[in-house]
Design a protein around this ligand. Structure first.
Ligand code: OAD
Length: 247
């Protein structure tokens, strides 16, 4: 199921970079970004809830949507794909994990330093002064207020129309430039830089593998497309590095 050429590239790699998207958390029961919204939230599109305009218009609604997503994530567990990536980090000389997910499941699975391009549900920040908070009171009045200045707190995530965190982005570009294997997993690659990072890596001579449910399987030279679930394919791929795996 895993192309031999990809296994060989993984075994030879000195630096593996991995980009993940919502698909990696799908098997944990977190709906992917482009899946229909469910239940209470079905009548809103993510674009209507995840933007500075939406927060200005209706801060309570936006805060409550994120509070619902935070509860979903708290009830979910990392899946075999998250665990395989945490394991991979310990098996290769250099490893960079870049994620578009805000759910924190990579950290909970044991990944030590994921680059969170879109921020994290686990943090809030002052909407006026950008001070970060790991904890806050969900009191009667929502959103909660910044204890320092009284402005609303907002989730520390990237909204439509906002810039990505520049330091995180710079680290992601550097990893794409310097890796010798780049894995793009569970992302539709529709928003930047998810489309460009694997292209840059490939252009610099790295092997590239794309794993999601949208592709037809193929293996040409150093470019691999694997159709399947990350919770099944990543453990197989990482397993090929384990001591005792068939050469
Ligand atoms: P999408 O919802 O666009 O894409 C999910 C991808 O995961 C698709 O390619 C699916 O085929 C694939 N997929 C689904 N289940 C899978 C599974 N079990 N195993 C492997 N792949 C699976 O999510 P993202 O690409 O993460 O940004 O979306 C990127 C960004 O677009 C989001 O972070 C969001 C949005 O704009 C912001 O909010 C800033």
């Amino acid at each position: 199921m895993i192309p031999e050429g990809l296994i060989a590239a993984l075994r030879a790699a000195r630096h593996v970079a991995v980009l993940t998207g919502a698909g990696v958390s799908a098997e944990s029961g977190i709906p992917t970004f482009r899946d229909a919204q469910t239940g209470l939230w079905a009548r809103y599109s993510p674009e209507e809830l995840a933007s500075p305009e939406a927060f200005r218009r209706n801060p309570k609604l936006v805060w409550e949507w994120y509070a619902w997503r935070r509860r979903l994530v708290a009830e979910a567990e990392p899946n075999a794909g998250h665990y395989a990536l945490a394991r991979l980090e310990r098996l290769v000389p250099r490893f960079t994990l870049i994620t578009q997910n805000v759910d924190g499941l990579h950290r909970r699975a044991g990944s030590t330093d994921p680059i969170e391009l879109h921020g994290s549900l686990a943090r809030a920040r002052c909407s006026a002064e950008d001070t970060l908070y790991d904890t806050w009171d969900e009191g009667d009045e929502l959103p909660p207020r910044c204890p320092a200045c009284g402005a609303y707190l907002r989730p520390d995530v990237v909204w439509f129309g906002e810039l990505l965190p520049q330091a995180a982005l710079a680290r992601a570009w550097e990893a794409a430039r310097s890796c010798d294997l780049f894995l793009s997993v569970g992302t539709s690659g529709l928003v930047e830089p998810a489309a460009s990072l694997p292209r840059l890596a490939y252009g610099k001579g790295a092997a590239v593998a794309v794993i999601n449910l949208d592709v037809r399987p193929s293996a040409e030279g150093q470019l691999f497309y694997l159709h399947g679930k990350s919770g099944e394919l990543l453990p197989l791929l990482v397993g090929s590095l384990e001591p005792g795996a068939e050469p």
